[in-house]
Design a protein around this ligand. Structure first.
Ligand SMILES: *Cc1c(COP(=O)(O)O)cnc(C)c1O
Length: 851
């Protein structure tokens, strides 16, 4: 072939004046949850819309001028355009609902840091659950008019697109984004110049460009190192999400944490509340401490000042899932940093220390430099409290300062349009503002069954169309025959979608056990091949390119799906992304989830399913441990955690087969003369009624505000006043406690009685050696609960002992008169811990002496 050069030329369409605001619409991710906006673009040119991956901005750069001119004269188009604009304008002009309530004030600003953000397929800077949760968090912050900015990285390659070849091998396709096509713009200073910042690296300085994406009311700042000013090597730092090795990872995390703070400062944004979603952004906390050290604080005081308005959310349930870096790598990147912090190498490394490990752990750093920490479901709180219990070595995990906020999903994004249309008609348009009122949602029960069912069926048939298109493409690429395709698609009938359809789609991480249902293929065969009551099983999901066991799962599914009797009954669909997720969660009948308990921190795809009337059949782990109420789906109790893996898989898969066989299949196929099962519809309605008010991100962000953001803002103000007087005094107080604590001890002076008549008084008297501390530096406490055999029947009640004076020269006497309120056998403990009224959490020092 002859050599030739491809020159490029970009011709931008001229947008007619009447449609001038299309550009604004294409640059605000409001469209990621407003379907009418997306429909406005797609109706101009459906084919182009598909070709540009549903990106309004990429679309607008390519659309035919003649179509725009036509549209500008087309009254139906104009009326659609005007109604979109009026909804857009009214959304964006809403007054701040959060001002003055819940302790968030106009001067407050939340800065939310995350490694990935998933809003819509048109901004590919997400991989899975974590990113989509972060995207949903921003969307809800926008809905609530919370003063909120988000910070992340602008990856050139985001996450890969997945194809699956004819042998079931995942083939990642990496695609460079043209930032001009993404809904982002360079962030600008007031004078119109682009915002650039520099980040120090060993022996060099990396320049970072700041981009801005608009999410309704919320600004998202994305950092990018792919600039001509940087070396070829440094240009690649923000190249790929979860790509590269540990060096790449630490450099990305430095850009996010250190660069993120610098970017906010450069733009004059003054956060009062800092939220690190996962540990990737924890260097943000060190950077802020450095700012304060530069202002003259010592590192300990700076840490108190930074931590008190910092929130750290952990999403992992396995210790190995926490990021960590070798000590010499940390040294290389942070030597200047800790010199400037005026702390030693040892003190610096101690910030990331975990017992039995030499690596620097980002979760440990994040916990030590924040005072509010949370897991993402009730179960995950306990798991995290156990994983992290060394951070508070003398505190029992059940009492340590890890809280939880159960995840949610952004309802407008994931609730299918058919439902929102139906709610508009049946519940009145005010349903949007009643999203948290459980009583309101019970009106779903008033929707006639046949109407409810027809929505379910219509969503399923749309999903079937989508699946057909994807599988057709997949088959063509893999050189499958027409006959093969026909066999694959024989049950995927959009006209008559009366086949019980189960869906499983999520990341193929091994703990999620995608292939659990293949434990007993004979049983599965019996269930799937029943001619009168057939089942269709749909799988989708990606495995990280470096995760070989995860990719082996994909191959295993492919092999089973390719067995002659299962062909067409088990489908493996490639290219899982937000778009396919929206389709699947709303279209299938049953959403499966069978992780190894308790490793599913929360899981969110089941919420997306449940709010759409898709029934969850899931292990009672993560969110479903709270969401399942016995009537809104099926819950499987995990067997003992101590059981051997193979036995547990066998036991739990049997539970799945049994529930499918005895409950799910009979319920679904219990068709009345109308062609659907009334009991199924009732359960699907229960699912929506119970989950819609509780698993939205509105509820979730509301809880973050109430539990963390508002107190963080209050404390942050308090700690910083008078040149950080409180931060300094807390740091000094902690130093005093740390120095003295090992010498603190307690002994009992009263004679413990074992029998007592109701109404009489117990007298407690302890001698406490305070080792130089003052009585007001500690709490001496009685913990009491009723007991039966070995079980505690009630929560402990806490009663404080009073200091009644010194005892000799080394001890203090503490006393309490207590009249037990309850009869029966009681269990009690006596203990002492350091206490200061201005701490965020009474046990944050992690110190405790028990008698
Ligand atoms: C919701 C979602 C996830 C997360 O699903 P889990 O159930 O939490 O594993 C992952 N990927 C996509 C595309 C999603 O929409």
């Amino acid at each position: 072939m002859t050599q030739r050069t491809a020159f490029t030329l970009t011709v931008s369409p001229k947008i007619p004046a009447r449609l001038s605001r299309l550009e604004e619409l294409s640059n605000n991710l409001w469209y990621s949850w407003d379907r009418a906006t997306r429909a406005l673009f797609s109706r101009l040119d459906q084919q182009l819309w598909e070709a540009v991956g549903h990106s309004p901005k990429a679309f607008l750069r390519r659309v035919d001028e003649s179509l725009l001119l036509q549209a500008a004269e087309d009254l139906t188009f104009l009326s659609h355009y005007n109604s979109v604009l009026s909804a857009y304008d009214s959304y964006h002009s809403e007054p701040s609902r959060y001002q003055a309530i819940n302790g968030i004030e106009a001067r407050d600003q939340v800065a939310y840091f995350c490694f990935e953000f998933g809003f819509h397929e048109s901004l590919p800077v997400y991989s899975g659950g974590l990113g989509i949760l972060a995207g949903d968090h921003c969307k809800a912050a926008s809905d609530l008019c919370l003063p909120f900015v988000a910070v992340g990285l602008l990856y050139r390659q985001g996450y890969f697109f997945q194809t699956i070849d004819g042998q079931g091998n995942q083939q990642p396709v990496f695609c460079d984004s043209d930032f001009e096509d993404l809904p982002v713009k360079p962030a600008l200073h007031d004078d119109g110049s682009e915002v650039r910042i520099s980040v120090r690296f060993p022996g060099r300085v990396v320049t970072v460009k700041v981009w801005r994406a608009q999410i309704g009311h919320v600004g998202l700042y994305l950092l990018d190192t792919d600039l001509p000013d940087n070396s070829e090597y440094d240009r690649l730092i923000t190249h790929q999400l979860y790509g590269g090795n540990k060096t790449m990872r630490i450099e990305q995390e430095i850009i996010l944490g250190v660069g993120g703070v610098a970017a906010l400062r450069a733009m004059g944004i003054k956060p009062t509340i800092w939220h690190s979603n996962e540990g990737h952004a924890a260097f943000m906390m060190l950077t802020r401490a450095l700012e304060l050290v530069r202002q003259g604080l010592d590192f300990a005081s700076a840490t108190e000042a930074v931590a008190v308005n910092t929130i750290f959310t952990t999403h992992t349930a396995v210790p190995a899932g926490h990021d960590h870096f070798p000590e010499d790598m940390m040294h290389r990147y942070f030597e200047d940093f800790y010199h400037e912090l005026k702390i030693s190498r040892e003190e610096f490394m101690a910030l990331g220390h975990t017992p039995g490990n030499h690596d620097f752990n980002m979760t440990a750093l994040a916990i030590r430099m924040s005072r509010m920490h949370n897991g993402v479901s009730r179960i995950h709180r306990d798991v995290s409290a156990n994983i992290c219990h060394d951070m508070w070595p003398q505190i029992e995990p059940e009492e340590n300062p890890i809280d939880y906020v159960t995840n949610g999903v952004h309802v407008p994004t994931f609730l299918a349009q058919e439902w929102t249309d139906l709610f508009d008609r049946r519940l009145g348009s005010q349903w949007r503002s009643k999203q948290h009122a459980p009583e309101f949602w019970s009106r779903i029960h008033d929707i006639p069954d046949h109407i409810f069912w027809s929505v379910r069926q219509s969503l399923k048939s749309q999903m079937f169309y989508g699946i057909r298109a994807r599988l057709t493409e997949q088959n063509l690429r893999n050189h499958g025959s027409e006959a093969h395709l026909e066999r694959l698609l024989r049950f995927v009938d959009p006209i008559n979608p009366n086949i019980l359809t189960l869906g499983f789609a999520r990341r193929f991480a091994t703990y999620k056990r995608a292939t659990l249902l293949f434990q007993d293929l004979d049983w599965l065969r019996k269930l799937l091949l029943d001619a009168a009551r057939p089942i269709l099983l749909i799988f989708a999901g990606k495995a990280h390119p470096a995760d070989l066991p995860g990719q082996a799962l994909i191959r295993h599914i492919h092999q089973v799906a390719d067995m002659p009797e299962f062909r067409g009954r088990i489908l493996l669909v490639e290219g899982y992304d937000l778009r396919l997720a929206r389709r699947l969660v709303s279209g299938v009948d049953v959403w499966l989830n069978n992780p190894i308990y308790p490793l599913e921190a929360s899981g969110t795809s089941g919420m997306k399913a449940g709010i759409n009337g898709t029934l969850n059949l899931s292990i009672l782990d993560g969110w479903w441990g709270e969401g399942y109420d016995g009537k809104n789906g099926w819950g499987i109790k995990p067997v003992s955690e101590n059981m051997e893996d193979s036995l547990r898989d066998a036991e739990e898969s049997r539970a799945f087969y049994e529930i499918l066989q005895d409950q799910v299949i009979p319920l679904y196929y219990d068709h009345s003369k109308f062609g659907y099962s009334a009991d199924w519809v009732r359960m699907a309605k229960n699912s929506m009624v119970s989950l819609l008010p509780r698993y939205g991100t509105g509820r979730m962000v509301g809880e973050y505000v109430q539990k963390f953001y508002a107190p963080a803002s209050r404390q942050g103000t308090g700690y910083s006043q008078d040149n950080f007087a409180i931060a300094r005094s807390i740091a000094a107080w902690k130093a005093r406690i740390n120095a003295a604590w090992d010498g603190v001890s307690v002994r009992r002076l009263d004679t413990p009685g074992k029998q007592l008549e109701f109404g009489s008084t117990m007298h407690f008297k302890l001698a406490v050696k305070l080792n130089g501390l003052q009585p007001e530096d500690v709490v001496v406490e009685l913990l009491l609960s009723r007991q039966y055999n070995k079980t505690r029947l009630s929560q402990f009640k806490h009663f404080r002992l009073e200091c009644t004076g010194p005892l000799g020269s080394h001890e203090h006497q503490f006393e309490l008169n207590h009249v037990p309120e309850l009869c029966g056998r009681q269990q009690y403990y006596l203990r002492i811990y350091p206490y200061h009224p201005l701490l965020t959490h009474p046990l944050e020092m992690g110190k405790m002496v028990w008698l």
